[in-house]
Ligand binder design. Structure first.
Ligand code: SAM
Length: 229
C-alpha cells in the first residue's frame, strides 16, 4: 500500500541537460511573451502580489525570462532597493535588459547568466526570492538543491514565492496528458507538474500561504514561505 502511495506521488524526471535548456530558451526568447499565455501571466501576477515587495528591499528572481517581473520588482523597491536576476539563457537576459532599459530602471537591476543550482550570491543577502514557472524545469534531485540555495541566500526573515505547475491533489486528465507529452518530447516539453508546497517545506521554509489555481485545466500552486517561523 505504501509502495502504491509512493508511486502515485512520483514526478517525472527531466533528462535534458542544462545546455539543452539554454539552447531551447535562447530560441524561445524572441517570441516567449507571445507563447506565455494570459493564464500563465495571471498566475505570475498573483505570485508578485503575494511577495509584496516594498521600497528599499533586495530581491532575487530565478529564471526571470523576458524580465516582466524584474521590471515590476524594480519599480517596487524604488531607488533605495535593488533587484537581481539569474537565468541560464543569454537570449532571455538580453530581452529582459531591453525592458529594464526601456523602463529607465537599469541602475536598480543586475542580471546574470547562470545556473540556479549554484547561486553566485553571498549568504543572507536577499529580503525576498521569486521564481515563476522555473522550478518545475529542474530534474527531481535538483529541486531541493535549488530551494536550499534560495534558503542560503535569503536573510533571516526573508521570504520566497514560487509559482509552478502542480501535481497536488487528484491527478486529472490534463496532468496525465502533460506528463505523457513530457515523456514523449522531453526537449520541447521540458517541464512537468511537481509538489510545490512540499518541496518548499522540505527545504526548511515555513509555509505562509498557498493558493491552488489552474491554467488551461492544469493545476498550479503559488506558495509563499518564510525562512524563519
Ligand atoms: C518557462 S520560463 C519562465 C520565465 C518567467 N519566469 C515567466 O514566468 O515568464 C523558464 C525560465 O527559466 C530559465 N532557466 C532554465 N533552466 C535554468 C537554470 N538551470 N538556471 C536558471 N534559469 C534557468 C529559462 O531560461 C527561462 O527563462
Amino acid at each position: 500500500m505504501r509502495f502504491r502511495k509512493d508511486k502515485e506521488r512520483e514526478i517525472s524526471r527531466v533528462f535534458r541537460s542544462t545546455d539543452e535548456a539554454r539552447i531551447t530558451y535562447n530560441r524561445m526568447s524572441r517570441f516567449y511573451d507571445v507563447l506565455a499565455g494570459a493564464g500563465e501571466k495571471r498566475l505570475v501576477q498573483v505570485g508578485v502580489q503575494k511577495l509584496n515587495v516594498s521600497e528599499g528591499e533586495i530581491v532575487l528572481e530565478i529564471g526571470f525570462g523576458t524580465g516582466n517581473c524584474i521590471v515590476d520588482f524594480a519599480r517596487s523597491v524604488g531607488s533605495s532597493g535593488k533587484v537581481f536576476g539569474i537565468d541560464i539563457s543569454e537570449g532571455m537576459k538580453s530581452r529582459a535588459e531591453q525592458k529594464v532599459k526601456k523602463a529607465s530602471l537599469t541602475e536598480r537591476v543586475e542580471l546574470t547568466c547562470g545556473d540556479a543550482l549554484s547561486l553566485p550570491y553571498k549568504a543572507e543577502f536577499f529580503d525576498a526570492v521569486f521564481s515563476s514557472f522555473t522550478l518545475e524545469l529542474f530534474d527531481t534531485p535538483e529541486i531541493p538543491q535549488v530551494l536550499l540555495e534560495c534558503n542560503r541566500v535569503l536573510s533571516e526573515n526573508g521570504r520566497i514565492c514560487i509559482v509552478s505547475m502542480s501535481r497536488k491533489g487528484k491527478i486529472g486528465l490534463m496532468v496525465n496528458v502533460y506528463e505523457w507529452l513530457h515523456r514523449k518530447f522531453p526537449r520541447s516539453v521540458d517541464c512537468r507538474p511537481i509538489y510545490v508546497e512540499d518541496a518548499v517545506r522540505d527545504a526548511g521554509f515555513t509555509i505562509m500561504d498557498t493558493t491552488a489555481a489552474t491554467m488551461w485545466g492544469l493545476p498550479a500552486e503559488i506558495v509563499l514561505a518564510g525562512k524563519q517561523v
